[in-house]
Design a protein around this ligand. Structure first.
Ligand SMILES: [Zn+2]
Length: 152
């Protein structure tokens, strides 16, 4: 999920935003870092049933309005383009991904990883899942519990 991937570029240890943005083929701007914080705050508020601050996301969406373009290549194809400069388009694409999540019932299922020191968000495939990744965080917690139980 693009909005969750965007927010998760900030881990407890590291900030991967610049690499992630370039891996998405988007241009770099410090405004993306600001937008990430706004998206995270909005997702957490909506998850908890509180009114999120939607103004910054609406501003990003308005900065590069989308329109559909029809082309012919043996069949009619429709693609979505955006107006505006490339940074405005990047902000709008990521705000658009956040908008899809915020307006969907999935936002109520977003969880924060319960492993100590992990801040990653995830939408669990199974409602009882507690860790962003059972293979890393889940395993780390189980190993820590094992040592806790067996240390005496
Ligand atoms: Zn985790």
């Amino acid at each position: 999920m693009l909005a969750i991937d965007f927010v998760n570029t900030l881990t407890s240890e590291d900030d991967h935003l610049e690499e992630w943005v370039s891996s998405q083929g988007l241009p770099w701007s410090e405004r993306l870092r600001e937008l990430r914080g706004q998206v995270e705050a909005a997702v957490l508020a909506a998850r908890d049933g509180h009114e999120p601050d939607l103004a910054p996301l609406n501003a990003a969406l308005r900065g590069a309005p989308a329109y559909d373009v029809l082309t012919w290549s043996g069949a009619v194809e429709m693609s979505r383009e955006r107006e505006g400069d490339e940074v405005a388009r990047a902000l709008a694409v990521l705000a658009g991904a956040a908008a899809e999540l915020l307006a969907s019932p999935a936002v109520r299922k977003v969880k924060t990883c319960e492993a100590p020191g992990c801040r990653l968000l995830f939408v669990p495939a199974h409602p009882r899942r507690r860790w962003c990744d059972p293979a890393t965080c889940g395993n780390r917690v189980r190993v820590a519990r094992y040592y806790q139980r067996h240390k005496d």
